[in-house]
Write a protein that binds this ligand. Structure first.
Ligand code: FAD
Length: 382
């Protein structure tokens, strides 16, 4: 039994492919109608620890070769990705670029002229350092998730959409199944990939998962009259926002770290973006991209991050409750690493260990041991 969406669906598919037996994917909504469907879905490989770099590197391979590996179309566009940072984080930036190179990621530091040769319309006088990953880009989060779910069903998995989990059955330190509004499902293994609701599901199993939920806003601008969207995906830590093409004529823009995060309840938050947010983004955009000064906002929406105390996901089994696995707390990273997460979780569940990469540092118990993961930057810029 598995619940969750990009990460739940990817785990469910790989569990079925490994022949574990009956796998049920349960979601209270329609597929990708919630968190994953709101994702900016930028795929970059710049991270602060070996495990995440390996996860995202493997995921990039899957995005490039999606039809062969998973089946169907994930809408991946290999634009390349550039990262703008201020001088204040230069040492962490150098460390991360070197780590990516050591682990085989195609990444290099480039100077202003090299960036402007790729995208001449951007004003980058205040940017200190630039990393460039030619193999990165963005995908369509809804198409990607549907492709995983379709592959899961074709491989023999059982999909239960519009089914709310209301409880977890456990006795004698073992998980026994779940309760739903459509009846009980017996299961010796339960994977909690419930995103912003994962702490609640964990609580039903008697497990305390520390999670904050933050409200994130995004805007789509029409850019046909301005010569089209940016040529690359960008994470702009120098001005604390991100932007990427959104199809052939539009661009997607959102605010990234450093910024104030707004903690909300996943069941009760403002779905509309705030007017001051639109005004702030327009100002940031006009400064960084003078060509988009008059670009018109054509859509806007909000989504949720599920945030753990160290901004890294909680992955793996938990002490004291056999058969219960956590796969949540992805904040702003959960889409791009989803393909690898599915493979790793399935391998861990089926074999008890992972050959290539240990998830031990991501277990829940790290918070009790004071062994939180660290990052070169902060917030969603892990
Ligand atoms: C605005 C925004 C921008 C982002 N940008 C990026 C980006 O550029 N790159 C990137 O890699 N990541 C990005 N992310 C993060 C990424 O989208 C998420 O980490 C990822 O989609 C989380 O997927 P998930 O499967 O873990 O959780 P979710 O997609 O949240 O799925 C959890 C599912 O659990 C279901 N559920 C919850 N409770 C129950 C219950 N009781 N019963 C049944 N079902 C239940 C929900 O319906 C939901 O469908 C962004 C996120 C947001 C909000």
């Amino acid at each position: 039994m598995d619940l969750g969406i990009i990460n739940g669906a990817a785990t469910a598919l790989h569990l079925v492919r490994r022949g574990i037996g009956r796998v049920v994917l349960v979601d209270k909504h329609l597929i990708a109608s919630g968190g994953t469907g709101r994702s900016a879905a930028i795929i970059r490989q710049h991270y602060s620890n070996d495990e995440l770099v390996k996860m995202v590197k493997r995921s990039v391979e899957v995005f490039h070769d999606f039809d062969d590996e998973i089946g169907g179309d994930c809408g991946f566009v290999n634009t390349g990705w550039a990262f703008f940072v201020p001088e204040s984080v230069a040492s962490g930036f150098e460390r991360n670029v070197a780590m990516g190179q050591r682990l085989g990621v195609e990444v290099r530091e480039i100077d202003h002229d090299a960036l402007l040769a790729i995208e001449p319309r951007v004003a980058i006088d205040d940017v200190a350092r630039i990393a460039y990953e030619p193999g990165s880009g963005y995908a369509n989060p809804i198409q990607t998730t549907h492709a995983y779910v379709q592959a899961f069903v074709e491989a023999g998995g059982i999909l239960r959409p519009l089914t709310s989990v209301t409880g977890v059955d456990a006795s004698d330190s073992r998980v026994r199944g779940i309760r739903t509004d459509q009846g009980d499902i017996a299961a010796g293994i339960v994977v909690n990939a419930a995103g912003p609701w994962a702490d609640r599901v964990a609580e039903w199993a008697g497990v305390r998962l520390p999670l904050d939920v933050t409200r994130e806003e995004e805007i789509i601008f029409e850019t046909a009259a301005q010569g089209g969207p940016p040529r690359l995906c960008f994470s702009d830590m120098a001005a604390a926002f991100y932007y990427r093409p959104h199809g052939p004529t539009q661009m997607l823009v959102g605010r990234g770290y450093p910024k104030a995060y707004e903690t909300v309840s996943p069941d009760d938050y403002r779905a509309e973006v705030d007017v001051p947010f639109i005004e702030e983004l327009k100002k940031l955009l006009a400064r960084r991209w003078p060509c988009y000064r008059d670009a018109i906002a054509v859509n806007s929406y909000t989504g949720l991050y599920d945030v753990t105390p160290d901004w890294h996901p909680v992955l793996g089994d938990v002490d004291g409750l056999d058969g219960f696995y956590l796969c949540a707390g992805f904040s702003g990273h959960g889409f791009k690493i989803g393909p690898a997460i599915g493979e790793l979780m399935a391998e861990l569940i089926c074999t008890g260990r992972i050959e290539e990469l240990s998830l031990d540092r991501f277990r829940l118990e790290r918070f009790e041991r004071g062994a939180q993961l660290t990052a070169a930057y902060g917030g969603n810029r892990a």
